[in-house]
Design a protein around this ligand. Structure first.
Ligand SMILES: [Zn+2]
Length: 97
């Protein structure tokens, strides 16, 4: 159910953004519909992310992890291992520093 909600939310953000960019309001009277679509889209998206993801931190659940560099990748020297200090999620990323 929440997967569907996520799709609907993404779509309404997309449609809202397209309506804004296309300046459809000059042709049709849309009033604040694009803004409302985007705002509702974001609310639904965050709600569905909060409901489906299981990280302890609410910020982590909506994808805002706080990554810390923990080590260099053993195989590729330009890659670093990062770990979220709140939920422990790991990711690999290249770094130029
Ligand atoms: Zn996290």
């Amino acid at each position: 159910m929440f997967a569907k909600l996520k799709t609907i939310a993404s779509l309404s953000i997309l449609v809202g953004a397209v309506l804004l960019l296309a300046k459809v309001e000059e042709t049709f009277k849309l009033y604040n519909i694009p803004y409302i679509l985007i705002a509702f889209g974001f609310i639904f998206l965050i709600v569905s992310l909060l409901a489906t993801n299981k990280e302890e931190s609410l910020l982590c659940r909506i994808g805002l992890h706080r990554y810390e560099r923990i080590s260099r990748d053993s195989e590729i020297p330009a890659m670093f291992l990062y770990e979220c200090e709140r939920c422990g999620k790991k990711k690999k990323a290249a770094s130029t520093i």
